[in-house]
Ligand binder design. Sequence first.
Ligand code: PEP
Length: 246
Amino acid sequence: MNKLIAGNWKMNGSLAANQALLAALAQGLGVKPACDVAVCVPAPYLAQVQSLKVAAVDLGSQDVSAQTSGAYTGEVSAAMLKDFGARYAIVGHSERRQYHGETDALVADKARAALAVGITPIVCVGETLAEREAGRTEEVVKRQLAAVIHTNGHCISEIVVAYEPVWAIGTGKTASPQEAQAVHAVLRAQLKAASDHPARVKILYGGSMNAANAASLLSQADIDGGLIGGASLKAADFLSIIAAAQ
Ligand code: PEP
């Protein structure tokens, strides 16, 4: 199975900066890298990134509405994302859980909305530092994933999961490969128990993954790729992580 390296640009970028970044990625990647690559861009830039047609890079969004259409000012529906060629949608990123009050149930509904139009949700789960220190990591990530399984059990093998310890996101602190692998194994077992489909669900690690630590994280048995924030904004760093995944 190919690993997946997905960039999360967060609220960064401009028409000029995106064009330069994608041109550098296109040059560095060639036609067919030996792993799957995606960039999850701010919604206003979907059209631009789609029109730049970098064949080796799939397109994703950073969020999706749980609703299909109607009076939901400011929301972007899954069908709209599909119109612009989105293959992935991040759901339940910790920044959305923290700053926008997204609950496990809402995240599960967002995953359902994405799946309904054939977009792969990248479902983020992860514990805060306080939760880890209280020994609650396993309980928290299992609860977050269980909500998504409860709502989407029939097509759970279609999702991607991203384990992102909140204390490692944008902080420069990374889970050690062993710490990350231990949580991935828990999530793997939970997914296996929920699915009678033999397909292996990709479980990505996210949290300050960079050119220096990518290889050791990506060599773990249950780490199938990475969700990359800060390092996805610099072509050289993102390309090094992709190289480590091949
Ligand atoms: C993220 O935003 O999903 C992320 C992992 O960020 P960073 O790589 O900057 O920690």
